[in-house]
Design a protein around this ligand. Sequence first.
Ligand code: HEC
Length: 112
Amino acid sequence: MRWVSGAWVVGIILLTASLTVTAKAVELGDKERGHAYAQKFCRECHAVDKDDHLLLGDVPTFQDVADSDGMSPRALAAWLTTSHPNMPDFIIPANDMDDVIAYIMSLKTPKQ
Ligand code: HEC
C-alpha cells in the first residue's frame, strides 16, 4: 500500500502550497473579502458601495473616505485601530482590517 501514502504526501504538498498562497493574499489585503466584510459590518452606517445611498446623515461614504485628502492604507489603518466615535468596542480583526483597507482604497477615484 505504498502508493496510498505517496498520494497523501502529494495531497499535503498541494494543500500546503494553496494555504501559503491564501496566507499571502490575506497579508496584502483582499478587496473582495474586504467588500464582503464591509457589507456585513459597516453597511449599517456607511455607504459601502459606490451606488449605496447614505443611510445616516453624518457618516462618510467609503467613497468619500477613499477620496479624502492624504488618504493612504497607512492612514486608514491608523484610523481603524483607534476606536470609532460611536463604537468604542468596535475592533476589526487584523486580517479583516487589511481586507477592508484594500477594499476602501480600491474605491479611490483615479486622479485626472
Ligand atoms: C454604528 C455606525 C457605524 C458603523 C457600523 C461603522 N461606522 Fe465608521 N463611522 C461612523 C461614524 C458616525 C463616523 C464619523 C465619525 C467622525 O468622522 O468623527 C465614521 C467614520 C469612519 C471613518 C473615518 C472617515 C473619515 O474620513 O473621517 C472610517 C475610515 C470608518 N468609519 C470606517 C468604518 C469601517 C471600515 C466600518 C466597518 C468595519 C465602520 N466604519 C462601521 C459610524 C459607523
